[in-house]
Design a protein around this ligand. Sequence first.
Ligand code: FNR
Length: 190
Amino acid sequence: AVLQLAVLVGSLRAQSFSRKIAKALATRAPDSVRCRFIEIGGLPLYNEDLEGDPPPAWSAFRAAIRECDAVLFVTPEYNRSIPGCLKNALDIGSRPSGKSVFKGLPAGVVSVTPNKLGALGANHALRQTFVFLDMPVLQQPEAYIGNVAELLDEKGAVTNGETSAFLENFMAGLETWIRTVHPGGSSFDT
Ligand code: FNR
């Protein structure tokens, strides 16, 4: 069955490098993987007081994740951690207690920065949340995309052959691993 892969981008700006890399990844996904971009910019800040009558945007987000088999996170680094918008989305999806939409979902992480160091801080801060979210995460290959501006052409596409091959290989590896984590899992048959 075709895998439904949720793609969460940790940047809200229109010209986001992270979104461009996420699109480059999606276009290189195997045919047996359907990438679904799920937007997080319209989610009201998490507040437990609202759980009695959750904002419609929260409910729509939770429902969209529930339809997916795995999650690919493509994120920039803010102050050596993940942007607040992404943490907010994780918090919303994780609640109410016992009803987390993320529990058990396999995850992949790609961190992106126009600077050096490949946004390692964000990449690993995100992995720390997976411990409590109970999300198994692809360990290898790791994907730290540094100096990203140099990898994109004026249309925002990845033209560099080495990077292109790396992104394609990452998506293939992610799919193989997801299917290994949940071989023939019933959620994949929908
Ligand atoms: C940044 N930036 C940044 N870069 C980095 O490599 N490490 C960091 O810790 C930070 N911190 C940081 C904090 C805040 C509040 C902003 C706005 C930016 C720079 C960041 O990588 C750059 O703005 C990217 O272009 C953001 O990603 P998108 O929006 O292009 O996907």
